[in-house]
Design a protein around this ligand. Structure first.
Ligand code: DQA
Length: 161
């Protein structure tokens, strides 16, 4: 069980070298390291995964119904096309926050459509790699609102083993 599953969608494994003028120079590993640090500060146990495969992403979201309290996701290009990912997210009851490095509203028309925003609690876009960190904070706050202080704090307090 984890507090938050963080999902990186297709081509985000190429961050750092991929169109740096749009997505910045941080690699996915850099972003994951920053997220791991921030999660530790917040007392949240997180799991992170990346896939270029739509079906694999659907399966990960389905599995999160049993294994995660919340989902932070950047489904990258599938954001704009995937009804399957939208339907998978709709089945997940915990907090769901969508993030994008770039500001999709300032880009090509097809990026202005998000299949998944309508089944999310909120979206954070346009802050480069910081979008992920802001998204993590947002998920943390949504969990707190539900009275969920996080697995690390619960273990520290002896509430769970
Ligand atoms: C992206 C925006 C998408 O339109 C694009 O396909 C990506 C990255 C972003 O984080 O800015 O791969 O999700």
């Amino acid at each position: 069980m984890v507090d938050i599953l963080v999902i990186f969608g297709p081509n985000l494994n190429m961050l750092g070298t991929r169109e740096p003028e749009i997505y910045g120079s941080d690699s996915m590993a850099d972003i994951m390291a920053a997220l791991a640090n921030r999660a530790e500060d917040l007392g949240r146990r997180i799991e992170m995964m990346q896939s270029n495969d739509e079906g694999e992403l659907v399966s990960a979201i389905q599995k999160a119904r049993e294994g995660a309290g919340a989902i932070l996701f950047n489904l990258a290009a599938y954001t704009h096309s995937s009804v399957a990912l939208r339907d998978a997210l709709a089945m997940f009851d915990g907090p769901k926050v969508e993030v994008h490095l770039s500001n999709n509203d300032r880009r090509e028309g097809f990026r202005k459509v998000s299949m998944t925003a309508g089944v999310s609690d909120g979206s954070i876009v346009g802050f480069g790699s910081d979008s992920f960190l802001l998204g993590l904070d947002a998920v943390h706050r949504l969990l707190l609102r539900r009275g969920d202080v996080g697995l690390v704090r619960q273990i520290e307090k002896g509430d769970i083993g």
